[in-house]
Design a protein around this ligand. Structure first.
Ligand SMILES: [Ca+2]
Ligand SMILES: [Ca+2]
Ligand SMILES: [Ca+2]
Ligand SMILES: [Ca+2]
Length: 266
């Protein structure tokens, strides 16, 4: 099991098909060379050796005294007929986390979240640091907060986004300068992750509804951060903690909280 290199459009398999198929007109693509270093290959077989869903090639090589296999590294997860590596190289697909898998595939497969539906995995655009654990709501999933934008005060570009909410729930973003992890019980099924002087985003247009998609989004003004005593401006190097408090029926009327995110502004 030493040779795990080379792309693998399976020429030996195609050749075998060509030799054993009835005499009907067929056509094949161009030759794809797996390797030219197998000296005296006497048997070649295609099967999924690593269990990742595609056929790899196994060969017995007489002169090299070797049994080798070749991993199929051709991937086309977005089904456009072009190797995903080429999609990324030519810019057809983005790969923000540089793991060789197109962003759209990671979102579609569920390995990456795209709460705000902009086609970019949220992990690549998350502002700040996620903390605190959310409890599942009536949708069966925990509400998930992602903050996008910039931590530069001068840009004043911050948007709070949440997905995995119950549909048609009314929601209030909350913030404070103090993190917490308080199991509320009673009025809520979730964990309150902010404490101290907690401010509520309840100004005009700030109370949001999760609508039919169970998601909300709220651009905020860094010059008008809510506190119990009024609006204040975020200052340089100040850290703010954000969370969403939302209504739910699970099964009785209750409320719940998302996870939380801290952001230190520059
Ligand atoms: Ca395989
Ligand atoms: Ca592709
Ligand atoms: Ca990727
Ligand atoms: Ca996104």
């Amino acid at each position: 099991m030493t040779l795990r290199t080379a792309s693998a459009r399976l020429l030996p398999v195609l050749a075998a098909v060509a030799l054993t198929s009835p005499a009907v007109a067929q056509s094949f693509g161009s030759q794809q060379v797996i390797t030219t270093s197998a000296d005296g290959a006497v048997s070649v077989y295609a099967t999924d050796l690593d269990g990742d869903g595609d056929a790899d090639v196994l060969s017995a090589i007489f002169n090299d005294d070797k049994i080798a296999w070749y991993e199929n590294i051709y991937r086309d997860c977005n089904g456009n007929g072009i190797a995903d590596t080429a999609d990324i190289t030519n810019g057809t697909s983005l790969d923000c986390n540089a793991n060789g898998i197109p962003d759209e595939c990671e979102i579609t497969s569920g390995t990456e979240f795209d709460c705000n539906g902009n086609g970019v995995p949220d992990s690549c655009e998350l502002l700040g640091t996620r903390y605190c654990t959310a409890s599942a709501n009536s949708s069966g999933l925990p509400g998930r907060l992602t903050i996008i934008g910039s931590d530069l005060l001068s840009q004043n570009d911050v948007t709070l986004t949440v997905c995995q909410l119950p549909i048609q729930s009314f929601d209030i973003f909350i913030t404070s300068r103090t993190p917490a992890s308080i199991h509320t019980g009673g009025f809520s099924q979730g964990t309150l992750c902010v404490a101290g002087a907690v401010g509520l985003y309840v100004g005009p247009g700030q109370i949001v509804s999760s609508g039919t998609i169970g998601a909300v989004s709220l651009p905020i003004d860094l010059a008008a951060m809510p506190t119990p005593t009024g609006l204040v401006a975020a200052t340089t190097f100040s850290t703010w903690y954000f969370q969403l408090w939302y209504r739910d029926t699970n099964p009785a009327p209750t409320s719940n909280f998302t996870d939380a995110v801290s952001v230190t502004f520059q």
